[in-house]
Design a binder for this molecule. Structure first.
Ligand code: ADP
Ligand code: MG
Length: 481
């Protein structure tokens, strides 16, 4: 029998905000233990929560970007459980009236190779709600310490429908969510800092069966690759269990990235175990059209929309869009240059993806600090197109431009890179190369086009790399015709 996997993801994303979701106290990363705590965060008696509007803005914006409906009214509920990282003994979350309903995430699956775009599809969302994050426990041999800095941070939970079928799809789903959140300025989604975390629900069923199989909820997935690997392992394990005639029991498992295996943690709790009830300290949230429209207006063009426009407007190949588009700042940089000369967008894209990114990462600076600005890129493209310098010399010029912030012309002038000979000199060198190298000439005449390369190489050498290769190619062909 053939089996099929079904996957639903629960993705937690911290909303960027200076203060916590229900408290004035600061939120952030890199502080000393318990520096970011106050009576509300610590759940001290009598402390009352107050809603952080910025966190609401973040989740509504996320919902609008992902095509969710934002109902007029949503409310807060208490999810009751005891755990030392949660001083209130309950978590404030949203049970039956979340801020965002439905929605979908466009994903791009890997293509046949890195240079080929894969299929795009949309993964359905169930909902997105807001809740407060918990603190962090660190365990030692005989005791444990708790740090409440993270407790009370605004946390969105994006819940997908059971609408994915492979580790690749889950990988693409998380990649897309992260890009959209970063594009919209909602979160940095740095998984190492815990700004984005995911749990995966995985079940397997006989192919063709409608009903979903029993699922395992997989935790401890610390990177997007971890999610993919954990899911793939779990699909193999469940399929093999079913093939042996065994059954899967719903439970919470964990992924051990080091050993590359999953293992059982605990039996699954059900909603009724949490005794959800509306939080009496917080008013429901009422969202009107003015609020929705204000945030809708702040949503930028999303990554895959940008990719499609780049194909149409600039005729860019996938090898370039796939590098530029995921990084909004880089895309804006490219577009500023491309808009100066849309017909030269491909050459501009090549310089950005190859030379600019290489220098920026080698020197270790941010793109915004680069002395080469979009007009500089165009200046270099133009001198190469005019044939003033060759592509090889352009590489050298780029490195100089990057160091000094000069334009291409200025570098060429200063370093004397402009050819100090004219086209007739190039013709003379071509004639010499032909006279000095009878073998490749013969071979070319016999139909071996590649033999021309060695002649061209001779001429380039004579010109110390400054001759325009297209010109050389043309002259030699004419001479040999
Ligand atoms: P909880 O984890 O709190 O019990 P839900 O029951 O709403 O929450 O389900 C959480 C996630 O599990 C959702 O993303 C949903 O799509 C997914 N899911 C539910 N049932 C299955 C299943 N049988 N197989 C795979 N994923 C599932
Ligand atoms: Mg769950």
């Amino acid at each position: 029998m053939e089996y099929e996997a079904v996957i639903g993801l629960e993705v937690h994303v911290q909303v960027k905000a200076d203060s916590k979701i229900f408290a004035r106290c600061g939120a952030g990363f890199g502080h000393g233990p318990n520096e970011l705590a106050d009576p509300v965060v610590l759940g001290l008696p009598g402390a009352l929560p107050v809603m952080n509007k910025k966190a609401l803005d973040g989740i509504i914006k996320a919902g609008l970007a992902l095509g969710c409906t934002i109902p007029d009214v949503s409310k807060w509920d208490r999810k009751n459980y005891f755990y030392p990282d949660s001083p209130n003994n309950y978590q404030i979350t949203q049970y039956d009236q979340p801020i965002c309903d439905g929605g979908e995430v466009e994903i791009e699956l890997p293509g046949a190779s890195r240079n080929i775009m894969g299929e795009h599809r949309k993964v359905k969302l169930t909902r997105i709600h807001l809740e407060n994050d918990v603190g962090k426990l660190t365990h030692f041999s005989s005791d444990s310490l708790v740090d409440y800095n993270r407790a009370g941070t605004s946390l969105m939970e994006i819940v997908s429908e059971p609408d994915m079928h492979s580790g690749e799809e889950a990988f693409a789903f998380l990649t897309s969510i992260r890009q959209i959140m970063v594009y919209c300025g909602i979160s940095d989604c740095d998984m190492e800092k815990g700004q984005m975390r995911a749990d995966a629900n995985i079940s397997v069923r006989p192919k063709g069966q409608k009903a979903l199989g029993e699922r395992i909820e997989l935790k401890n997935l610390n990177s997007i690759t971890g999610v993919k690997n954990g899911i793939e392992y779990e699909i193999r394990r469940q399929t093999s269990e079913l093939k042996k005639g065994r059954t899967i029991t719903q439970a919470t498992w964990r992924w051990d990235a080091e050993l590359g295996v999953t293992e059982e943690m605990r039996k699954k709790e059900n909603a009724h175990d949490y005794r959800y009830f509306p939080d009496p300290d917080l008013m429901p949230v009422r969202v009107d059209d003015e609020w929705r429209n204000r945030l809708r207006a702040e949503i930028p063009e999303l990554p895959y929309e940008k990719q499609r426009r780049y194909f149409e407007e600039f005729d860019l190949p996938y090898t370039i869009t796939s590098v530029i588009v995921p990084d909004r700042e880089l895309a804006e940089y490219f577009e500023e240059a491309a808009n100066l000369a849309p017909k030269k967008a491909q050459a501009i894209g090549n310089l950005v993806v190859n030379d600019l990114l290489r220098e920026v990462s080698e020197v270790g600076i941010a793109l915004s600090e680069s002395k080469i600005r979009p007009p500089h890129i165009l200046s270099l493209v133009e001198v190469v197109e005019k044939g003033t310098i060759t592509k090889n010399i352009a590489k050298e010029v780029f490195v100089e431009m990057f160091k000094s912030g000069e334009t291409a012309e200025e570098v060429i002038e200063r370093k004397g890179l402009k050819p100090d000979f004219d086209d007739s000199q190039v013709k003379t060198w071509c004639e010499e190369a032909i006279a000095e190298n009878p073998k490749p000439v013969e071979s070319f005449k016999a139909g071996n086009d590649k033999a021309l390369n060695s002649l061209k190489g001779q001429v380039m050498k004579k010109s110390r790399g400054k001759a325009n290769p297209q010109l050389v190619d043309g002259i030699i062909r004419d001479l040999l015709a």
